[in-house]
Design a protein around this ligand. Structure first.
Ligand code: HEM
Length: 403
């Protein structure tokens, strides 16, 4: 392991920082992120020891260099799931490439457009279910449900199946317990159950694969890599990875965006008056609150900035901090829909860049355009402040809106 470079202005709390559970980060990560950017590639000895990439340039350098940084373990302390590496996210080259190419073709912008009208119908039905109310808890009523409904379309699943998977997901999350071990056990047993379920479904669907594909599972059972069909286990693994990757990420981005908009009537009013700016506004909101933190394992000695990092070390990349880097953005702490630099790292970068980015963008654009057409005057309830968290993702657990 290398030692931190001397003379860096690192905060006194960094050496003991537990990046997943720190209460300061959960409350408001941005002042801490600012201190971290003054200490590029700082190091914590908690969780088995890890480096923290917090500047935009450093986060990008790590994400783009898959020769020096492996995706084999995306967590500190390193944990390996007994049911194997998740495909494609935990694969490195050369195994990763063929899976990525196969999946990416089904998630290009034109391919994603086929889900748009059903997704909009689903969103309208969620808004219709709360019509006439003068207040709504947005996270449970809208934000969590919407990505489940859309992913059901993407996978080609019926509503009963989506409802069942949603119940399993809730059991796996074990909300309400702070016991991390209990949560991990619950998440693992849900994963095993889902692998079994998607494996069975793939077998069933492959018995009748003559007609047109009605979703990603059908595509997978028909697909070939190197001239061979995918095995039951591989299909199940891909399904569980894609299912989990597309749900809470999207619902958190949507809820986070509504936290900010419901506190800033001038931004809400612009989105209502100028629906054409919604796509750009979605990008700015994702820059302002990029939510994912992921780890990498260092596989060869490397230098980032002035810091030597040794093979075997671990790095956590903070895209949330990268989005507020004043070396890249003017006034980074301001939400500015007219900002010209719309680049952000919300969907990662390099080989593992998000496969579902266009699905997520479609969902977020539908949601913001429909909300601003249906709820002209929504605002945050001052009596019930939003409950938020940081951890692996920055998100929102509860948001009361007055309509
Ligand atoms: C706003 C919502 C989303 C956010 C913020 C997000 C974020 C990310 C990020 C940061 C990565 C890179 C991880 C890494 O480098 O280790 C990633 C990868 C991935 N995402 Fe997303 N994602 C979102 C939605 C989705 C959706 C809807 C799907 C599925 C339809 C999806 C599927 C994936 C997959 C399969 C990967 C792995 C790609 C690879 O390893 O090559 N994501 N996502």
């Amino acid at each position: 392991m290398s030692a931190p470079a001397e003379g860096s202005a690192c905060p006194a709390w960094l050496p003991t920082l537990d990046i997943w559970t720190d209460t300061g980060l959960h409350a408001d990560p941005y002042p801490m992120f600012e201190e971290l950017r003054a200490c590029p590639m700082g190091r914590s000895e908690a969780l088995g020891g890890y480096w923290v990439a917090s500047r935009y340039a450093d986060v990008l350098a790590v994400l783009q260099d898959s020769k020096s940084f492996s995706n084999e373990v995306l967590f500190v302390p390193p944990t390996k799931d007994p049911s194997g590496r998740r495909i494609p996210i935990e694969l490195d080259p050369p195994e990763h490439g063929p899976f990525k190419a196969m999946l990416a073709q089904w998630f290009s912008p034109p391919a994603v457009r086929k889900w748009e009208s059903r997704a909009r119908e689903h969103f309208r039905s969620l808004l219709a279910a709360v019509e006439g109310r003068d207040e709504v808890e947005f996270v449970s009523a809208v934000a969590v449900s919407f990505p489940f409904l859309v992913m059901g379309e993407v996978f080609g699943l019926d509503t009963e199946t989506v409802d069942m998977l949603r119940e399993w997901d809730e059991a796996g999350m074990r909300k309400g317990t702070n016991d991390l071990e209990a949560r991990r056990t619950a998440t693992r047993s849900t994963r095993v159950r889902m692998l079994e379920f998607f494996g069975d479904l793939a077998e069933q669907r492959s018995k009748d694969s003559s007609g047109p594909a009605s979703g990603m599972i059908d595509e997978l059972v028909r697909a070939e890599l190197d001239g061979e069909r995918l095995s039951r286990d591989v299909i199940a693994n891909i399904c569980v990875t894609m299912w989990n990757a597309g749900l809470h990420t999207t619902s958190n981005v949507l809820s986070n965006s509504m936290v900010h908009l419901s506190a800033r009537p001038e931004l809400r009013d612009r989105l209502r008056a100028e629906p054409d700016i919604v796509p750009g506004a979605v990008e700015e909101l994702m820059r302002y609150e990029s939510i994912v933190s992921q780890a990498r394992v260092v596989v060869r000695d490397v230098t980032i900035g002035d810091q030597r990092i040794s093979a075997g070390d671990h790095i956590v990349t903070l895209t949330g901090s990268a989005g507020r880097d004043s070396d890249v953005y003017d006034q980074p702490d301001v939400i500015d829909f007219d900002r010209t630099n719309k680049r952000h790292l919300m969907f990662g970068a390099g080989l593992h860049r998000c496969i579902g980015a266009h699905v997520a963008r479609m969902e977020l654009q539908i949601a913001l355009s429909e909300i601003h057409a249906a709820w002209p005057n929504y605002r945050a309830d001052p009596a019930r402040p939003a409950r938020r968290h940081t951890g692996l993702e920055r998100g929102t657990d509860e948001l009361w809106l007055l309509l």
